[in-house]
Design a protein around this ligand. Structure first.
Ligand code: NAP
Length: 318
């Protein structure tokens, strides 16, 4: 495969990046996918063993990692796709993509950089959030939590899923949320409320994480009463939302909202010619795997039209 100019350079090898690659290859577009971290994105890192209940076609459900394996196999076995483990540093106008090792040129570029867990920025977090010292941003290896006292922070689906996921393993679980009700799926909140092993503290914030070599206790603040209390815990799961990976396209001039999510049209085109965006990095996208895959299908069609200029291009937009 001549790799001077690619039809498509896809930045990010998560759900949306891999499925965009597979769809582009079905159009025989010469496709390069670049991933600096783990292939598969969030389903591979955040919830590999979780059964995904809402990815159609798998009535018994399918785990995050199984889906990722299928996408990787589909991309790797395809003669039109090359996958490279390289961290992208910068995307420039004119389809230039610079990595730590190389510079690539694409007729089109697809930004599929997704999101990563947000940090809370409280005292003690940075001291314990590496090398298994007790602060985590998601539950990947459930067995690590066996017989431990766990604090989960957050009111969204990630937090509630984490608490439910650990209910049979942890010694005790406390979940705190800064509001007086959860934003997670009602059904799961209800399951959590029924569990005798989960203590729910609302209107509560985490102020500090303390310990010598590992997490030993946390300081909680009730934001209604102002009361503080010390809770002994072994592990803290911070599930306080996601933030977009924006570093590599800040100078490209793609339009974003004030949080850094990319604004696209219905066809996944950004305001910069030849640059598309797919998946969780897109403003307003439902953060579901099926939506990332659907973005890939739409983008690949429009990339094909942009490059090959078939006589029917744009008919669906009239
Ligand atoms: P999220 O829905 O944005 O929830 C983040 C939670 O953290 C919110 O409750 C937020 O509080 C809280 N928070 C944010 N900053 C905080 C701070 N500084 N201090 C204390 N609390 C703070 O994030 P997520 O739960 O990771 O979910 C991300 C997306 O993935 C969502 O669309 C979610 O529905 C989806 N998801 C779905 C599933 C599923 O379908 N089962 C599973 C996981 C994730 P406020 O409520 O006050 O803003």
């Amino acid at each position: 495969m001549d790799d001077d100019v690619w039809d498509v350079v896809i930045v990010g090898g998560g759900t949306a990046g891999l499925t965009t690659a597979i769809m582009c290859a079905s159009r025989k577009l010469k496709t390069l996918v670049l991933e600096g971290g783990v292939w598969g994105g969030l389903p591979a890192t955040m919830y590999p063993s979780k059964v995904i209940p809402n990815y159609p076609g798998f009535p018994e459900g399918i785990s995050g990692i199984e889906l990722v394996r299928k996408w990787i196999r589909g991309a790797r076995d395809n003669p039109h796709i090359i996958m490279k483990r390289e961290r992208v540093l910068k995307i420039e106008k004119g389809g230039v993509v610079k990595t730590e090792e190389n510079e690539y040129h694409g007729k089109t570029v697809v930004i599929a950089t997704g999101t990563r867990p947000r940090e809370l920025g409280i005292p003690g977090e940075a001291k314990f959030n590496r090398k298994d010292k007790g602060v985590y941003y998601y539950v990947t290896h459930r067995e690590k939590f066996i017989d431990n006292r766990v604090l989960v922070v957050g009111g969204g689906d990630t937090a509630v899923d984490a608490a439910l996921d650990l209910v049979d393993l942890a010694k005790e679980i406390t979940i705190i949320h800064r509001k007086d009700r959860f934003r997670a799926l009602d059904e799961n909140v209800h399951r959590m409320e029924q569990s005798s092993n989960i203590t729910i503290l609302l209107n509560t914030e985490l102020e500090e994480i303390k310990g010598t070599d590992k997490v030993e206790e946390v300081i909680l603040l009730n934001n209604k009463t102002g009361e503080k209390k010390v809770l002994p815990v072994d592990m803290v799961v911070l599930a306080v939302g996601l933030k977009p990976h924006t570093e590599m396209f800040t100078e490209l001039g793609v339009e974003t909202d004030d949080r850094g999510y990319i604004i696209t049209d219905r066809m996944q085109r950004t305001n910069v010619e030849g640059v598309f965006a797919v998946g969780d990095i897109v403003k307003g996208a439902f953060r579901l795997l099926i939506v990332g895959a659907a973005h890939g299908a739409v983008a690949s069609q429009k990339i094909y039209e942009y490059i090959r200029k078939p006589y029917w291009a744009g008919e669906d937009e009239k």
